[in-house]
Design a protein around this ligand. Sequence first.
Ligand code: FAD
Ligand code: MLT
Ligand code: ZN
Length: 510
Amino acid sequence: MFGSRIIARRLAVVPRRWAHSHNPSTRPPLSSVTREDVEHFSKILPSSAVLSTLASETASQAELEPYNTDWIGRYHGKSTTVLKPQTTKQVSEIMRYCYERGIGVVPQGGNTGLVGGSVPLKDELVVNLGNMSKVRSFDPVSGALVADAGCVLEVLSEYIAPHGHIMPLDLGAKGSCMIGGNVATNAGGLRLLRYGSLHGSVLGLEVVLPDGTILDGLSTLRKDNTGYDLKQLFIGAEGTLGIITGVSILTPPAPRATNNVLLALPSFDNVLPLFKKARQQLSEILSAFEFVDRTAYNLAVKHGQGKAMSEEEAEGAECFILLETSGGDGKHDEEKLTALLEDLMGADEPLITTGVISQSPAQFASLWRLREGVTEAVSKEGKAYKYDISIPLASFKEVVDTTREHLRKLGLLREDAVKHVLGYGHVGDSNLHLNICAASYSPEIETALEPFVYELTASYNGSISAEHGLGAMKAHAIHYSKGGVAVDLMKKLKNVIDPKGIMNPGKVLE
Ligand code: FAD
Ligand code: MLT
Ligand code: ZN
C-alpha cells in the first residue's frame, strides 16, 4: 500500500530542465599548474606554504593525498599543488595570477564537506585556508567576532567562552571545520533551531574575488540596508564565487544552564506529537530536537559513539530523540523539563518508553556524542552514500523505508552491497539525513539510488540539499529543487563574478 502511493507520486515528477541556460563550454579550457607557476607562487608565499609535486622536494603525491581526498573518501582529485596563504594580500596575489593564467582554483577549509565540494575534480590548484587562523577582534558587548576564514570552529568557541558567548552554530565536525568553510557551505547543524541560519548571523565578509580584487565587507553592523546585501551571495556559494578570507559573525550570549535528555520512542508516529508537546511546554528554552532512527542508534552504539541507555532500556524503541534545553535559570529549566518528562511518562498512551537525562557535564557530552557520532559510525561501518534532504517531518520514516524497500527489490540489500539504510537529522528544521551504508562504492548502487532519491525528494516538494550543499555530488541534480529561471539567474551571476569559470569548477553549477 505504502509502495504504491510512492509510485503514484513518482510518476507525477517531471524533471524540470531549463530552456535558456548559459553554456559554460564556450569558455576556454582551464590551464594546468606548471613548474613555472609554482616558481611564481614561491615568490608570493614562504616555501613552507607551497606544497607541490612539480617543484623538487616540496611535496610527494602521498603528502598531497589528504588535500585531494574528501572526508568520506568518495572523491579523489589529482591536484599537483596546494598553497597555504597566511594573509588576504597573498590570497589576492594568488588569485590575480590564476585569473590571468586561467588556472582552476579549489578553496579548501577543514575538508570536512560531505558533497565532494572541497577537493579538485581534476588537477585544479588547492588554496587551503588553514594558515589563516587569527582572531581579528571580539566585542564582548555586542558579541561581534571577526576572524580569519581558517579559524577552526571549536577554537573560536573556546576563544569566546571566557567572555560568556557561544558560536551560533555547532556541528559534529567542529574540531576540524573552519569558519570560512562553514560560511561557504551555509552549514546548519545542531543549533539552527535556536539561533537560525548563517544568513542571519553573519554580519560581514571579506572575499577575494576570482580576479584578485578584495571585497572588504567586514562590517560589524547589525543593520545596513545600503543597496544589495552582497555577502549573502557568498554564504552557501561553496567557493564558486570567490575565496572568503575573513568573517564577521554575531555570537549569542552563552546560556546559563543547559540540559539534555535522550528519549526512546516506541513508534516513529510519536515524533510529531512529541515535538509539538516539547515546543509548547518548553517554549523558549528548547534548543535542539534531534532524531536518530533505530539503525543509526545501533551503529552509533556499535562504534562506541557515546554512552546512552542500557540495552534493556532501549529495547522496543523504534527511534530516539535527543532533546536539549538552554536557558537563563537552571532551576526553572529543570522544573520545566521534569514536568514534560512526567507528563510524557504518565500519559495513558505514553509517547516515550523511557528517557535518560544527563546528570553531569560528562553525561551531557556523552548524549550529544551519540547523535553527533552517527556520521563517524557510518563511515567506520562502510562507505556512505549521503543524502541530506528537506522534507515534511511526517515523511522521515516513509522516505527511509521506501528507499530500503527499493534497494531490497533490486536485490541490493545484502552484506556485500548495501549493509544499512538509516535516517537521522534535525527534526526542528525538517532536515533528514538519509544514509545508505554500503560495503563499497559501486556504479550499481549509485544507479539504484540516483535519480531515485532525488525524484522521491522532489515528489514531496523537498530540497535535495538541506544543509550540505551541492558540491560535485549533486551539481547535476539542482533542477530537482530549483526551477529553470532560478538556475539561469545563478549561471548569469556566476558568469559576471567569475567569467573565466576558474572558481571551484564543476561544483554547484555544472
Ligand atoms: P571544506 O570541507 O573544506 O569546504 C566545503 C566547501 O566550502 C567547498 O566547496 C569549499 O570549496 C568551500 N570553501 C571552504 N572554505 C572556503 C573559503 N574560505 N572560501 C570559499 N569557499 C570555501 N554540515 C552541516 O551543515 N551540518 C552539520 O551538522 C554537519 N555535521 C557534520 C559532521 C561531520 C562529522 C562532518 C564530517 C561534516 C559535517 N557537516 C555538517 C558538513 C559541513 O559542510 C562541514 O563540516 C563544514 O561546514 C565545512 O567546513 P570545512 O571548513 O571543512 O569546509
Ligand atoms: C549531521 O547532522 O550529523 C551532519 O549533517 C552530518 C551528516 O549528515 O552525517
Ligand atoms: Zn546535519
